[in-house]
Ligand binder design. Structure first.
Ligand code: CTP
Ligand code: MG
Length: 241
């Protein structure tokens, strides 16, 4: 079956704080989005791509046009206010004849080819949903407002077993028809229910689908804060791309 990659790049990058869309922020002199597109293309998993950019954007759109002019089968569409809406816009723009989709964050611009390949391999083996993930290094606690806010505003309600936890990355892979159905079902959600959707696999979990887990990579870090960008610069400078 044929596969497509959807790269979501429609976020504003508030936490990075550059005052421009995060996908446009330079890493080693080139926009994050260029690294992300090159990584997806270089992995060889898909021959067509949809890039989702901020509504009204012209600069990332121009970057995409450059790839299209070079013969890459790449479409560019406008995203929405939430990541979820942006993914939906990307899925709707995939043309006919595609069986699998890999949904990828532009912000995970240094994701190794082996991660893309691992996700696609699991799809070919029969999975409807696949996510790359890595072990969690920190102990994770759940918290709630404390009984004595004068001491501290929050206190601990529980400690999930760390060995059973994973930090989840992208690309997340799906049978296209099933992910589209799950996304269309969530399209009308509002408020807290909509805000609680933080990845695509979650929608498949809610639909009762088994979500398989394959190895991710520390290099697939999501560039979110200035510290992450510093780390990404160091990775590129040390030949990790
Ligand atoms: N994204 C998107 N559309 C949105 C929000 C996010 O396409 N409305 C994309 C981002 O471009 C990014 C990925 O989803 O590639 C992960 O989101 P995140 O790291 O949160 O990026 P931003 O939303 O841009 O950053 P911030 O939350 O700090 O503003
Ligand atoms: Mg965000």
């Amino acid at each position: 079956g044929r596969a497509a990659v959807v790269i979501v790049a429609a976020g504003s990058g508030t936490r990075l704080g550059h005052g421009i869309p995060k996908a446009l922020v330079p890493l080693a002199g080139r926009p994050l989005l260029a690294h992300a597109i090159d990584g997806a293309l270089g992995s060889g998993v898909a021959d067509r791509m949809v890039v989702v950019v901020p509504p009204g954007d012209t600069e990332l759109t121009a970057l995409c046009r450059g790839y299209a002019a070079d013969g890459v089968h790449l479409a560019c569409v406008f995203g929405g206010e939430t990541r979820n809406e942006s993914v939906r816009a990307g899925l709707r723009a995939i043309g006919p004849g595609v069986d699998y989709v890999l949904v990828h964050d532009a912000a995970r611009c240094l994701t190794p080819a082996a991660v893309f390949a691992g996700v696609l391999h699991a799809l070919h083996a029969g999975a409807s949903a696949v996510i790359p993930a890595v072990p969690v290094v920190d102990t994770v606690k759940s918290v709630a407002p404390s009984a004595a806010p004068g001491i501290a505003p929050e206190s601990v309600t529980g400690t999930p077993e760390r060995a059973a936890l994973r930090a989840v990355q992208t690309p997340q892979g799906f049978r296209l028809g099933e992910l589209l159905r799950a996304h269309e079902a969530a399209a009308s959600w509002t408020g807290e229910r909509a805000a609680a959707v933080t990845d695509d696999a979650m929608l498949m979990e809610l639909a009762g689908s088994e979500v398989f887990v394959v190895p991710g990579s520390v290099e697939a870090l999501k560039v979110t804060t200035p510290l992450d960008l510093l780390l990404a610069e160091a990775l590129v400078a040390n030949g990790y791309e």
